[in-house]
Write a protein of this length. Sequence first.
Length: 206
Amino acid sequence: MEFSSKLIERAVNEFSQLPGVGKKTALRFVLHMLKKEKEEVEGFSESLLRLRNEICFCKNCYNISDKELCEICSNPSRDERVICVVQDIRDVMAIENTGLFRGQYHILGGVISPIEGIGPANLTVEPLVRKIESTGVQEIIMALPATMEGETTNFYIYKKIAAFNITVSTIARGIAIGDELEYADEVTLGRSIQFRVPYSNQLVNK
């Protein structure tokens, strides 16, 4: 793709680094920005810079947050005794959209995947164990993807916390095998949380 301006070329190259954005789509983005008023473009740029420089991770659950504690963890109406373990922020958003879960979360930051070089040390498993040791957690809900990697991570965590006197459950499989939580409809996901089952049942069935 030939460009009449090095500035346009650089901007297109930057936009095309976004997931799912090719050069043609990136060019449309750039040309759209050129039609905007200078103040609007400056506001867009400032929001991205502030996002990168000021965003932080909740010290309790590792959710993306504007403050030390995210709005969920700092909400006194949430039940801190029930922790839902998820892969990333998109899963939190999906479950929150159901309006049916009133506990807190723990974001692992991924799932165990030897092929991708992701092991337990790359996830927030140890902070989860410490949280169970030091607080009054009564139930852990495994809400990881219904994939081989998700199941491997479920089992690893289950073994790590087996010595604690807590309930370990997993979401009911209204979610199809191989599906990611963020793509499930709200009704199915909500029912999967509500009708969760003991994780040990899955071990017996296997």
